[in-house]
Design a protein around this ligand. Structure first.
Ligand code: ZN
Length: 259
């Protein structure tokens, strides 16, 4: 099931992506699939008639894994950590598909990082990797936008990773997916930049959930970004960046100047 959050004429609502005789539709839901119960309303709208929003706005946190692909660690001049390297992005950095990434004045080296993202569905603590599937609501696509110059300058990453608009998520949440061997690719203005597979991850999504939940309670709607493969690079104002994860879809955003 593909769960989308969208805006039409009304307030944001949730729906399930479907297909009616070759026309992509959204079956509208009543309620909130992440934070409450939900049911089908019986209403369907064409996908083309709505604007997709970030499929989840975390009430609490976006947890990220750094250097989780060996060739990406090497391109940044480091080794793969022995334990998952964890950092946070604020929930205010989240935007949806098609929304602009604002290029901050404080940086002159803003990079894309295409990633598989996990959406947590249940409150949990101390979950083993074997039980991790029980707390996963689904998977979406993320771009862990990073001000690389500030990441180096600041020493810790809150500013470099935390600007408003630096966490595009979407286009929807796929609830039925095996994350172990999916293609992850990123294009910049249709030019291929990243192309790898989740099988190259050092720590699997289940390993990461075990590790993170050993010290931090995970809540419904929390999102875990599982790290980016090699091929990261700079974006400029005017660029269009697209991240595709096999089995989910493509997340596209444009980089714009704030003024
Ligand atoms: Zn990242």
């Amino acid at each position: 099931m593909r769960v989308a959050r969208f805006a039409g004429d009304d307030d944001p609502r949730f729906g399930v992506i479907g297909d009616d005789d070759g026309v992509a539709t959204i079956a509208v839901l009543r309620g909130d699939p992440l934070y409450a119960g939900f049911e089908l309303t019986g209403q369907k709208v064409p996908l083309d008639d709505v604007r997709l929003l970030a499929p989840v706005i975390p009430r609490s946190k976006v947890v990220c894994v750094g250097l989780n692909y060996a060739r990406h660690a090497a391109e940044l001049g480091g080794d793969v950590p022995e334990e998952p390297l964890i950092f946070l992005k604020p929930n205010t950095s989240v935007i949806g598909p098609g929304e602009p990434i604002f290029y901050p004045e404080q940086s002159s080296d803003v990079h894309y990082e295409g990633e598989l993202a996990v959406v947590i569905g249940r409150i949990c603590r101390d979950i083993s990797a074997e039980d991790a599937a029980k707390v996963i609501f689904g998977y979406t696509v993320a771009n862990d936008v990073t001000a690389r110059d500030l990441q180096t300058k600041d020493g810790q990453w809150a500013r470099a990773k935390g600007f408003d608009t630096f966490c595009p998520l979407g286009p929807w949440i796929e609830t039925n997916l095996d994350p172990s061997n999916l293609e992850v690719n990123t294009t910049l203005n249709d030019e291929p930049k990243q192309d790898s597979r989740t099988s190259d991850m050092v720590f699997s999504p289940a390993d990461v959930i075990e590790y993170v939940s050993s010290f931090m309670t995970l809540l419904p709607g929390d999102v875990i970004l599982t790290g980016t493969p090699e091929g990261v690079g700079p974006m400029s104002v005017g660029d269009t960046v697209s991240v595709t994860v096999e089995g989910i879809g493509t997340l596209t955003n444009k980089v714009v100047s704030r003024d």
